[in-house]
Design a protein around this ligand. Structure first.
Ligand code: NAI
Length: 461
């Protein structure tokens, strides 16, 4: 077995790991990254955020062309679906972006090892696979991400699977049951509903989108129902198994649901299996996550962890920030993530986006706040787009007026939330946002009006 040594070794080339590698190289360190998959970019680029967005876009075009253009005075004839072409487009986007990371690694002189990494000792990692090498590093960052969580009673197989399979079904399922009404379930449920599936979402809680603003989630559920999704809330799935040509879902206290495919989307779990954490003495918590301090240091000196594997919000951009803060901390002694300002987006139609604290959280913490809401239906640009569902909610401190949270459901909410995040990063008040000149007619004017509403003086309400 070959041997090698580096300043920093990063295990995993997902959004946490690859960004950490590039930043470390920019800081002049000798960097290596081990990845077991051929493609760089991790779950996000290969089987997560990016392919799902490609499918969401294509399926939205399909739904619009089929039913959404009449109000524009456009009458379309028969519309048919070429699922193969739609999937190929998604695959091309994934190839382009993952290939882009390869290019960035070369440009930044990051040494990539192909294979599976396993700790032999705290500063010694064995790589087995296409490359077979023993690496010694001054600093090792674990960025191995997460894997789909499961439930007892689920018999995975041809027709029962996770988001990975739901990104590539070979045909449009007649009846898809989605277990879990989080971002994965609702995004992929939307894709297949738009392409023609009957979609039933079974959720344990009495609401969808846990963690998002309750009022906004209620609007989202109403709009998704209008798009044909059926919700079975407060329903605990006990089992899912194949039966005949299809499958059966068993729910506590209710009749079983027959269907022809099942997507299990009940969260994700830290991916540490086979990493040899024991050999290095690296601690994990009861859920298998790796506890770290504010500098991302694990229980073992010289070993750090970032991203989904340490818990918190399992979001690509949170992992990006942690990767950068971790290597800046190693190289300069300073690195910081502002966890209060991490946006969260669910790319259903219309999109749901939030940053900062929800009303429920503020109430629970006893924080006095004021709220301003403004609907998209009163915005000229939204009317012109024909996308008037939804609203923006701005929450600000009752005394200081500092913005504490912004919650949006509406067209391009995922893009609009960036302004709210920037404002909060600069500790803006609702007055600051309300006094910022916004181009007219644009969607971000709804944000400005919601800030004005929080001050009791919306113009167009
Ligand atoms: P999630 O944790 O957001 O939602 C899972 C849902 O499954 C929960 O509502 C839970 O109550 C429900 N559930 C659990 N056990 C159940 C049972 N026995 N029967 C019925 N329902 C049950 O997880 P999800 O959607 O799988 O996503 C995983 C992670 O990936 C999340 O952290 C999510 O934020 C992230 N993600 C983010 C995206 C985005 O930013 N757009 C897109 C996709 C995923």
């Amino acid at each position: 077995m070959e041997t090698a040594s580096h300043d920093i070794l990063i295990i995993g080339a997902g959004p946490g790991g690859y960004v950490a590698a590039i930043r470390a190289a920019q800081l002049g360190l000798n960097v290596a990254c081990v990845e077991q998959e051929d493609l760089l970019g991790g779950t996000c680029l290969r089987v997560g955020c990016i392919p799902s967005k490609a499918l969401l876009e294509s399926s939205e075009h399909y739904a619009t062309v089929k039913d959404g253009l009449k109000e524009h005075g456009l009458v379309i004839g028969d519309v048919s679906l070429d699922l193969g072409a739609l999937m190929k487009r998604k695959d091309r986007i994934v190839k382009l972006l993952t290939g882009g990371i390869d290019g960035l690694f070369k440009k930044n002189k990051i040494r990539r090892y192909r294979g599976t990494a396993r700790f032999a000792a705290p500063n010694r990692v064995l790589v087995e696979g296409a490359d077979s090498v023993e690496i010694t590093a001054k600093h090792t960052i674990i960025a191995t991400g997460s894997v789909p969580a499961s439930l007892p009673g689920i018999q995975y197989g041809d027709r029962i699977g996770t988001s990975t399979e739901a990104l590539a079904y070979p045909e449009v399922p007649k009846h898809l049951v989605v277990i879990g009404a989080g971002a994965i379930g609702l995004e992929l449920g939307s894709v297949w509903a738009r392409l023609g599936s009957k979609v039933t979402v079974v959720e344990y809680l009495d609401r969808i989108l846990p963690g998002m603003d309750t009022g906004i989630a209620t609007i989202a559920q109403r709009l998704l129902k209008r798009q044909g999704l059926t919700f079975r809330l407060s329903s605990k799935v006990l089992a899912a198994r194949p039966e005949g040509d299809g499958c059966i879902i068993e729910i506590e206290g209710a009749d079983p649901i027959p269907c022809d495919r099942v997507l299990v989307a009940v969260g994700r779990a830290a991916n540490t299996q086979g990493l040899g954490l024991d050999a290095a003495g690296i601690a994990t918590d009861a859920k298998g996550r790796i506890p770290v301090d504010e500098h991302f240091r694990t229980s073992v000196a010289g070993v750090y962890a970032i991203g989904d594997v340490i818990g918190g919000a399992m979001l690509a951009h949170k992992a990006h920030e942690e990767g950068i803060a971790c290597v800046e901390g190693i190289a300069t002694g300073h690195g910081h993530v502002n966890y209060g300002v991490i946006p969260n987006v669910c790319y259903i139609d219309p999109e749901v986006a939030s940053v900062g604290r929800t009303e429920d959280e503020l109430k629970a913490a006893g924080v006095a706040y004021k709220m301003g809401a403004f609907p998209f239906k009163a915005n000229g640009r939204a009317l012109a787009l024909g996308q008037t569902d939804g609203e923006v909610k701005v929450l600000a401190d009752a005394t200081t007026d500092r913005i504490l949270g912004v919650h949006i459901i509406g067209p391009r909410a995922g893009d609009l939330i960036a302004e709210a995040a920037a404002a909060m990063e600069f500790a803006a008040s609702a007055e600051d946002l309300a006094r910022t000149c916004h181009a007219h007619p644009t969607l971000p004017e709804v944000l400005k009006e919601a800030a004005l509403a929080a001050l009791g003086r919306a113009i167009h309400a």
